[in-house]
Design a protein around this ligand. Sequence first.
Ligand code: ARG
Length: 470
Amino acid sequence: MSDKTQTSGGWSGRFSEPVSEQVKRYTASIDFDRRLYAADIAGSLAHARMLTATGILSASDLADIERGLAQISAEIERGEFTWSLDLEDVHLNIEHRLTELVGNAGKRLHTGRSRNDQVATDIRLWLRGEIDRLIVDLARLRQAFLTLAAHHVDIIMPGFTHLQVAQPITFAHHLLAYEAMFARDSERLRDARRRVNRLPLGAAALAGTSYPIDRQQVADALGFEALCDNSLDAVSDRDFAIEFVAAASLIMVHLSRFSEELILWSSPCFGFIRLADRFCTGSSIMPQKKNPDVPELVRGKSGRVVGHLMSLITLMKGQPLAYNKDNQEDKNPLFDTVDTLSATLSIVADLVENGITPIPGKMRDAAREGYATATDLADYLVRRGLPFRDAHEAVSRAVREAEAQNIDLAALPLATLKQFSALIGEDVYQVLTLEGSVASRNHVGGTAPKQVRAAIETAKKRLGEENIHV
Ligand code: ARG
């Protein structure tokens, strides 16, 4: 047996030659899965303690393992651990070092376990911690939206459908729409967490193990809510990771939509907001430009996370039960999803907290120029007895006239308005104002400032009850 096969992963006895350099590089995961080291060590400790409690391992072996793993953890954290490509992945690297440090006890750690249930346990443990951090990041963003909204309850802007001016809304109401999306995103992460938080260990390679193990003890030690029911399923499915990346994709999609709006709003053609300079860059050739780089990159990075969702879901689809090496490819998409999402949530929170200044005059002008109160005029006529379809027709003609004169509906004299319907009286000007329009949408979920104030309080309360410490 060559030295190389001896140092590789504990399965070399059956092989007559070592793997080629190329195969080794191609199949190794150590360059990326070392990120799971803390979860791997925590899982090994819980496993070793259970093996001791059930009489499979001696107390002195456990003491050696605990000492060895503590030292390994310290070495890794100090950057002194030597990761070896020959040892393929994080599991074999740590186990090999443990054996170097404590001898036979290290070799006994893998009793009743396989890398298949080990890696599934590691990913779940790691992902659970990341989900908890992301929920906090999301809470900070939601708080930022609520604070910004509370400052701008009375600012009126045009609301759009088809990106055409539709009806006046309050700026705060628009912001609250995003808080509602992120509140659901938070719910989705919590929900996915419940299914992430189940213990695969004990499934061993695929069929379970012949040792008298106590899986519940391991689950309790690691804080898993339940055991994976079926050993084949436990080692093979990555649906929990797919669910998480799907939830992450939705968050990125929501962030991307918001970014798209920031990009539009900050363009001089809209001019609804000013983005703080530190979130923008200049152009090397056009001195007048201020480019909204941060929102553009958020929009761009959403594609990356949605791509990871496609990777993971495609990774699963052709795999027969149980574990296949394909699953090693789950890590990079998962890691990059967490990194991209976490960085994006943090920069967007900063932007919402410090980077957005509304320009109310521009918003009002756009609402007026777009005849945003036309529906209010139709509703006024309906209240006076005209059927809605007829009212719609009368107002269309009024809008055409205002457009021809290039003025606001409210600037048409009463005599002109009366040409479109005799039902129009002096009091029409109350409904044609932007303030009158938004104030009239005064029900739960509506845009009236009174409702928006109440909605902010409700959202704050809900966020408070989630008990997240930002
Ligand atoms: N590095 C592997 C992975 O990420 C660990 C499991 C390997 N199991 C095996 N039977 N080769 O999936």
